[in-house]
Design a protein around this ligand. Structure first.
Ligand SMILES: NC(=O)C1=CN([C@@H]2O[C@H](COP(=O)(O)OP(=O)(O)OC[C@H]3O[C@@H](n4cnc5c(N)ncnc54)[C@H](OP(=O)(O)O)[C@@H]3O)[C@@H](O)[C@H]2O)C=CC1
Ligand SMILES: O=C(O)C1=N[C@H](C(=O)O)C[C@H](O)C1
Length: 272
């Protein structure tokens, strides 16, 4: 297989990201659209995935299992749900496939299970595949190192569409982790995820999270560094899911010739 023309299958192909990914792969000369997987028993089995994505027939029909297309693809792109992704990891590890995983909302046990696959297949796992967010993570590292121990309070605020099922977003958690790590703090100890009633004043070292769910917001994240007399806000706003999808296709091309291991978008974009 050449890294420049991996055959890509998309699981969750009827979802918001799945449909956007079909369009992104089609726009990418260096990748081939090889398959689309929908939920087992879905009425969409047999539907052309180009029609699902609103661009007319592409000659690739939706199936409801990876086994049905096992010989057809090299890299699986998965933006679904935690348990679905973990089952797909097991299949891909057993069948010599590679994965790009954008699924968020995994709990600690699920994250540990995912991490166990770092020795079994090449995978890119990142809560946000956009170039802008991944550059923002570097800016946050710099800001946290400069400001965090100088009396600046740190808060992470995110907003997403009304359909999103996990909170805070995977990106918000990653931003919190980057800031915490830069300051030698632990998010387990210093993360504050709810404030309600007589909760008292904030402590100096806490990192607060706030979540908005409304309408069709694609994805917005702000990290605030605030002190007496001033505040700095570092904000990223996504206005189209295509930014995530293009990043995922870039990751699929990148991982196509990588050794077994767990990688993230910082690796793909050479930001490490
Ligand atoms: N890393 C990143 O850059 C980004 C990550 N995300 C994350 O991606 C995930 C998906 O988001 P989004 O596209 O908005 O969600 P959607 O709910 O629109 O899409 C998920 C799709 O997965 C399908 N699905 C569920 N179970 C299976 C299964 N067993 N086999 C095949 N398909 C299945 C669902 O089908 P059905 O509807 O029939 O249940 C649905 O079509 C979320 O975790 C989100 O946070 C989103 C954007 C960017
Ligand atoms: O569910 C979404 O839509 C998004 N999820 C990701 C997350 O949880 O961080 C990335 C993006 O913000 C869109």
């Amino acid at each position: 297989m050449s890294r420049h023309t991996p055959r890509i299958a998309i699981v969750g192909v009827a979802g918001r990201m799945g449909r956007t990914l079909v369009n992104a792969v089609e726009q990418e000369a260096g990748a081939t659209l090889a398959g689309g997987i929908v939920e087992p028993g879905s009425s969409l089995v047999g539907t052309d995935i180009g029609e699902l994505a609103g661009q007319g027939k592409l000659g690739v029909t939706a199936v409801d299992s990876l086994a049905a297309i096992v010989d057809d693809f090299d890299v699986l792109i998965d933006f679904t749900a935690p348990q679905v992704t973990l089952a797909n990891l097991a299949f891909c590890a057993d069948h010599g496939k590679r994965m790009v995983i954008g699924t968020t909302g995994m709990n600690d046990a699920e994250l540990a299970q995912l991490d166990g696959y770092r020795t079994k297949l090449p995978m890119v796992f990142a809560p946000n595949m956009s170039v802008g967010v991944n550059l923002t993570l570097k800016l946050l590292e710099t800001a946290a190192k400069a400001l965090g121990d100088e009396g600046y309070d740190i808060e992470v605020i995110e907003a997403h569409h009304r359909h999103k099922v996990d909170a805070p977003s995977g990106t918000a958690l990653k931003m919190g982790e980057v800031v915490a790590e830069s300051l030698g703090r632990s998010l387990d100890e210093h993360g504050v995820f709810t404030r309600e009633g007589q909760c008292g004043p904030r402590t100096d070292k806490e990192i607060g999270f706030a979540t908005v769910r409304a309408g069709d917001i694609v994805g917005e994240h702000t990290v605030m560094f605030a002190t007496e007399g001033e505040r700095i806000e570092i904000t990223h706003k996504a206005s189209s899911r295509m930014t995530f999808a293009k990043g995922a296709v870039r990751a699929a091309r990148w991982v196509a010739d990588k050794e077994i291991g767990r990688y993230d978008m910082q690796d793909v974009l050479a930001l490490n």
